[in-house]
Design a protein around this ligand. Structure first.
Ligand code: ADP
Ligand code: MG
Length: 698
């Protein structure tokens, strides 16, 4: 074994302790292997030489071949620079250096042929190239084959003489010292099935491509590798857990479920809801512990599916709990569920941070003794003091607000872990769901209840306020209610509240004949509750809020959502907010108000919102615009992935393929014990042992 992951980069010729430290800090490179897996972010074609007299404005990076005939130092202070007059006989171009002046002047000889590479810019009537790359002719054999790799470097790296070019040289040194041979990471059976390049050939070509074709093949192999091992890890963790944990079997569909379904359900379930309820029933009946993610766009009716699942738990002599991220939501769930269950003998409790002490003292024993059958609440549910007699099902609503640890805590509420159903309205793109939640089973409600009119989304500039107010007034006159939402940006709260409060004053003035109320995160829970209640009851026509109303609130009569400073919201967040309207039978509107000055990306974001009501499509676009690392929900729960080469936005097919291959391996050899697969289990160890505890992702 070469143990490339254990050999410190410090010992690579040309590195040493100082540069090693910088490589580690700035690029995360501490071993030989890290260096080899530090991939170029782009390649530039250096296969053709240009003539100096061909140079013109707006050229990309080009290369020239010629001699420096004169060095000159001009300017003072920060404008001091070294100019090298460079010619190939067809004309003269200036090479310019602002840094490393004496070093450069020493390094390059006059009247010696070099290859110069860079982007020419017009400067008066001449052209110059600032900080060009320069190769001697004998180096040309190495680098000028065609595609030159470019590596990400930081300012600190450049200052320590570790520019992209040096990284490339280090790769060269390392690979030649290994005689261009590297150990394989995949087992022979997998490699045989996929028919891709060997690891050695892929690494070689990703740093020193023989051709465009070979480069593509190398990238494919490396992307596959990266995704394959993530899938292998996730699937193996999942199967271990499934085998280890027996779930509480729910064999019976009994009184509670049937009575509710037949006599209390106020409307027919959508086909999607029916399908999901069947999936959940089968899962909880199987004797395995359920770990299921329920995805459904806002308004798709997840609460009801949750309720039906809880009734199944009751039918099997268990308790169930539903945990929501905010007090408002918990209270709303409590009200909704009590309403649904009217006339049935089911004991439902609400437990939140603001539950009064006296009430708590009665509730806790009632929960511990099993008298309370359904408990709805917030984080308060996972406090030490809360015990259940027999918790059979835990439902978590709007999962992205909860961290992994909080979810894990729920498990400890019972001797045997309860079944877990995570409900989320943040549609996670398929590729991402497979990667992040690969060990959860996923159910999707992809259908809205009938009779909903699609929400109309409009984009308006904030200098047209009068028209906006007129429109709102006409809607309110028809009996509708209006939300107005203001952004809340971390670290800038003062300003945000100023916006909200100024808005409140304006709205009270403009709509003097109506009632305007306001909620925000800084209010006491009781005040928030009271203001919110004004809106829910219909007493107030206009609700101004920060994003606290983002999740779950349900006021069917509210048909207009105004989003102020819409340019400051992410796509998924805008979609969540929009989902607060469109719940009744009336035509609903979402009005995105922004300033006139918008970046291209922002303009695109708002356009997507205007053109699409489909949460999944929006999530995919979001992924594409922002890159997966920054996707809402994944960052919040701390599960961002650090991928080196694969891109979840564009490599969905490779991911799918990698997953299938991982499954095939595990089907045959669940614990990777065979001699053939030892290479895979060793690779898993190298890749993941130093990282986080993957078994906790659930
Ligand atoms: P979400 O998935 O966003 O949590 P909710 O569960 O709050 O959605 O449901 C939104 C609204 O749709 C609620 O008023 C609910 O009563 C209603 N609803 C749910 N299922 C149906 C259905 N099958 N037919 C008609 N209305 C439904
Ligand atoms: Mg909901």
């Amino acid at each position: 074994m070469l143990d490339l992951d254990k050999r410190s980069i410090m010992y690579l010729p040309g590195v040493g302790p100082k540069r090693a430290e910088i490589l580690k800090k700035e690029a995360g490179i501490s071993s030989f292997e890290d260096l080899l897996f530090y991939f170029p972010y782009k390649y530039i074609d250096r296969s053709r030489f240009y003539k100096v007299n061909e140079v013109e404005g707006n050229m990309p990076f080009i290369q020239l071949r010629g001699k420096i005939v004169l060095f000159d130092i001009v300017g003072e202070g920060s404008a001091k620079r070294l100019i090298g007059k460079f010619t190939d006989g067809t004309g003269v171009i200036d090479l310019v250096w602002f840094k490393g002046i004496s070093y450069t002047k020493e390094r390059y000889k006059l009247d010696t042929e070099y290859i110069v590479f860079g982007k020419p810019t017009a400067f008066g009537s001449t052209y110059n190239i600032v900080h060009p790359d320069i190769d001697s002719l004998d180096q040309a054999d190495q680098v000028a084959k065609g595609l030159t790799p470019y590596y990400n470097t930081t300012d600190r790296m450049k200052k320590a003489f570790l520019p992209s070019r040096t990284i490339q040289n280090l790769q060269y040194t390392l690979l030649s010292s290994l005689q261009w041979q590297l150990p394989e990471t995949l087992s022979a059976d997998v490699l045989g099935r996929i028919g891709m390049l060997s690891m050695a050939e892929a690494i070689r070509n990703v740093h020193f491509p023989e051709s465009v074709h070979k480069l593509r093949q190398a990238q494919l192999r490396l992307k596959f590798d990266e995704l394959f091992f993530i899938q292998l890890k996730i699937l193996r963790t999942a199967s271990l857990r499934k085998r280890k944990l027996k779930g509480i079997p729910f064999p019976t569909v009994g009184e509670y479920f049937h009575t509710f379904y037949k006599e209390h359900l106020p409307f027919a379930l959508t086909n999607a809801q029916k399908r999901v309820v069947r999936e959940i029933r089968a899962d909880m009946g199987s004797g395995r512990q359920m770990n299921r993610l329920l995805q459904g766009d806002v308004g798709s009716g997840k609460t009801l599916v949750g309720l039906l699942s809880m009734l199944l738990a009751l039918d099997n002599h268990c308790q169930a709990c539903l945990m929501a991220p905010t007090e408002i939501l918990a209270a709303q769930h409590y009200a909704t569920i009590c309403h649904f269950l009217q006339g049935m003998e089911v004991k439902v409790a609400l437990l939140t941070g603001s539950t009064r002490k006296k009430e708590r003292e009665q509730l806790l024993p009632a929960i511990a003794e099993g008298e309370m059958q359904i408990v709805i609440g917030t984080h308060a549910l996972i406090e030490e003091s809360v015990h259940f007699q027999s918790l059979g099902l835990a439902i978590i609503d709007e999962q992205h607000r909860f961290g992994v640890e909080q979810r894990a805590k729920l498990w400890t509420k019972n001797a045997e872990p309860p079944h877990v159903l995570v409900m989320t309205a943040t549609p996670i793109p398929r590729t991402l769901a497979m990667t992040l939640y690969g060990d959860l089973d996923v159910s999707v409600i992809d259908e809205l209840p009938p009779g909903r009119k699609p929400i109309r989304t409009l984009h308006r500039y904030d200098n047209k306020k009068a028209e906006l107010y007129a429109f709102l007034r006409s809607e309110i006159q028809k009996g509708r209610q209006v939300y107005v939402v203001y952004p809340l940006i971390e670290g800038n709260e003062k300003l945000d509240y100023k916006d909200l409060e100024a808005g409140f004053e304006t709205f009270k003035e403009v709509f003097a004949e109506y009632t305007v109320c306001m909620v925000h995160g800084r209010m006491k829970a009781a005040d928030k509750e009271r203001e919110m209640q004004k809106f829910v009851s219909g007493e107030a026509q206009i609700l101004l809020a920060t994003t606290v109303i983002e999740v779950g609130v349900n006021v069917p009569n509210a048909s207009v959502m105004v989003i102020e400073s819409a340019e400051r919201f992410g796509l998924s967040q805008l979609h969540q907010l929009r989902g607060r309207v469109g719940r009744g039978a009336e035509q609903s509107y979402c009005i995105l108000v922004s300033s006139y000055k918008l970046s291209n990306d922002t303009r695109k974001r708002l356009e997507i919102m205007v053109n699409s009501n489909d949460g999944f499509q929006i999530a995919e676009e979001d992924l594409r615009l922002r890159g997966h690392g920054d996707l809402e929900g994944t960052r919040q729960s701390g599960e961002g992935l650090d991928l080196k080469i694969a891109n979840l936005a564009t490599d969905g097919q490779i991911l799918q393929y990698a997953r299938e291959q991982a499954m095939e391996v595990l089907d045959k050899d669940p614990d990777l014990l065979s001699e053939e697969h030892r290479i895979l289990s060793e690779r898993l160890k190298t890749l993941f042992d130093k990282q986080k505890d993957w078994s906790r992702i659930s």
